[in-house]
Structure formats: structure tokens, C-alpha cells
Design a protein around this ligand. Structure first.
Ligand code: SAM
Length: 214
């Protein structure tokens, strides 16, 4: 399997559509985000283990999520659950030098892994990406408001603080249970919601940062 084949499959199956997202998938090499032991599998359309009971997301899930999120140049995006840093790097490529991606990860070793992997593309040096160790269920008020908020782990309900930390006109894309949910903020306290078919995600863990028991 090659990167080119994977991207063609994602386009053929309708997961990748936008030229900017297809271009980002070409520039950000998934092999840079998987552990060496999984290297040969980097271009298969499957999630892969990255340690600490976590995975790098399945390519079709990331493609589907990004198409719903519609990241644009210059936007400020909160990326909850950095994991390997792959989606953080894709988002950084999409928002460009005028934009900002704040990624939160609760497991210190994965925060370091994401930082190292995203660092291969110089996004932190250019001030585009920042990886924070923390509990994303609380959002990240320090840098709010955001144009977009995206989560890579499912929640039972979209937390009120995510809605508060979103700009009017902004969008949240997050798995709620097994439904991929898009929430548009249309007024100070007004939201429009759409839900898409089932996906398998790991749960968003609330509480102590660094607790690896779950
Ligand atoms: N997009 C990432 C990737 O492709 O590598 C996804 C990684 S994984 C599917 C989801 C991540 O969410 C895991 O790294 C997990 O530790 C993290 N996570 C779970 N609960 C979290 C929380 N409350 N705050 C921050 N990160 C959390």
C-alpha cells in the first residue's frame, strides 16, 4: 500500500473531496506519525496502535471529520485528543501561517510524541501549532474563542464549555456516542446540529491528566 493509493481510495469512496484537504493529505505523511514498528502499515485505511491504549485515527475517519470541519486559512482551531499529532499537522497545514492550532492531549507521553511528530514539519516553530498537556473535556479557555473545535474521542454530550469557547459562526465537529455531530453556533446561545452515521471512537476521559489506567 502507498500513500498515493490510500488517497485515491479515500477520494474514490467519497471521504476526501476538497482540493485543500486532499493536498494536505499528500503533504503530511502518515508514516511520520506511526511508531516505527507499525511503519509498513501507515498507508492502510485502519487505526494503528500508538501506545498507552490509544490509536492513530483511521484515515477515513480523519478525512470525513476534516471535510465536515472545513478548516480554512487563518482560522484558530482547538484539536482535542492530539494522540500521534497527525490530525494536528493536517489542520496546521490547512490553517497556514496566519492560523493557529491548539491541540490538547491528556497523556504526557503522547503529548510529547505529538510534539515531536508535528515538529517534523516545523509547525510549532512557525507559531502555527501548540500542543498542550491537559483535559480537553474542559476545552482550553486560555486561547478562546475558536473558529472551530474538533474532538478525536467521543463524548456523551457536547460540553457546555466547548460551546462557550466557540465564536459565533464557528463549528464543532465531535463524535457524540456513535454519531459524528456537527454543531454550528449561529447566535450567542443558538446552535444548529446535524448528525452523521456511526463511527467507532475511544471515549474522552475526564479527570486527572496523566492517569493511564483507562
Ligand atoms: N487524531 C489523533 C491521531 O490521529 O493520532 C487521535 C488519537 S486517539 C483516537 C484519541 C486521543 O484522545 C488519545 O490520544 C487520548 O489520549 C486523547 N484523549 C482522551 N481523552 C482526552 C481528554 N479528556 N483530553 C485530551 N485528550 C484526550
Amino acid at each position: 500500500m502507498t500513500q498515493d493509493k490510500l488517497i485515491k481510495e479515500l477520494v474514490r469512496d467519497g471521504y476526501l473531496k476538497s482540493p485543500s484537504i486532499i493536498e494536505a493529505f499528500k503533504k503530511i505523511n502518515r508514516a511520520d506519525f506511526v511508531p516505527e514498528s507499525e511503519g509498513e502499515m501507515a498507508y492502510y485505511n485502519i487505526p494503528l496502535p500508538i501506545g498507552y491504549n490509544q490509536t492513530i485515527s483511521q484515515p477515513l475517519t480523519v478525512a470525513f471529520t476534516l471535510e465536515l470541519l472545513e478548516p480554512k486559512k487563518g482560522e484558530k482551531i482547538l484539536d482535542i485528543g492530539a494522540g500521534s499529532g497527525w490530525q494536528t499537522a493536517l489542520l496546521s497545514e490547512l490553517v497556514g501561517e496566519e492560523g493557529k492550532v491548539i491541540a490538547i492531549e491528556r497523556i504526557p507521553e503522547l503529548k510529547n510524541m505529538a510534539e515531536k511528530n508535528v515538529g517534523k514539519y516545523g509547525f510549532a516553530k512557525k507559531g502555527i501549532a501548540e500542543i498542550i498537556l491537559g483535559d480537553g473535556s474542559k476545552g482550553y479557555p486560555e486561547e478562546a474563542p475558536y473558529d472551530k473545535i474538533v474532538a478525536a474521542a467521543y463524548v456523551k454530550k457536547i460540553p457546555a464549555c466547548w460551546k462557550e469557547q466557540l465564536k459565533i459562526g464557528g463549528r464543532i465537529v465531535a463524535p457524540v456516542g456513535e454519531q459524528m455531530t456537527v454543531l454550528d453556533k449561529t447566535g450567542p446561545d443558538k446552535f444548529e446540529q446535524k448528525q452523521y452515521f456511526a463511527f467507532l471512537f475511544v471515549p474522552l476521559i475526564e479527570g486527572e491528566v496523566g492517569d493511564k489506567s483507562s
